[in-house]
Design a protein around this ligand. Structure first.
Ligand code: FES
Ligand code: FES
Length: 159
């Protein structure tokens, strides 16, 4: 075991763990940030998505040691001063979830998309969100939520 310095949600954390354990494990089990979900553990479902330097990343395939030095954002770090982001608001308003298990990863992926592409088409949304699986099949509402968030961001709401 060794000590690793992680930057998560704007704060520094000294994490004691193994270099090759997954960032997902470290976030959930060492930092108690359980909003990031374990689905498949092999890069197929997107439940474990976090932002790594702003890029949507599967934390199940990212080692703890490789995350050192990166700015990591989990679902717990999106809201600011208890104000939800436009993507979070839009998922609520569109009811873009059923069980909610995929939702943190969906919201982080959608946030990364809109920061890069402020007004994506349906096709661009589907292509970008391809790595995020919703077993409840709420895809149409997720797409509607992303369009709603894009409109809100276009009016000045901060992503
Ligand atoms: S748990 Fe990481 S992609 Fe499924
Ligand atoms: S809301 Fe259940 S998996 Fe997406």
């Amino acid at each position: 075991m060794a000590d690793f310095l992680l930057h998560v949600n704007g704060r520094e954390f000294h994490v004691r763990g193994f270099a090759d354990e997954s960032l997902l494990f470290a976030l959930r089990n060492r930092l108690n940030l359980t909003g990031t979900k374990y689905g498949c553990g092999e890069g197929q479902c997107g439940a474990c998505t976090v932002l790594l330097n702003g890029k949507a990343t599967h934390s199940c395939l990212t080692s703890l040691s490789s995350a050192v030095g990166a700015q990591i954002t989990t679902i717990e770090g999106l809201e600011r001063h208890e104000v939800l982001t436009p993507v979070q608001e839009a998922f609520l308003e569109e009811g873009a979830y059923q069980c909610g298990y995929c939702t943190p990863g969906m919201i982080l992926s959608a946030t990364a998309l809109l920061r890069e592409l402020p007004h994506p088409t349906d096709e661009q949304i589907v292509e970008h969100m391809n790595g995020n699986v919703c077993r409840c099949g709420t895809y149409p509402r997720i797409i509607a939520a992303i369009h709603r968030a894009a409109a809100a961001a276009g009016k000045g709401a901060s992503l």
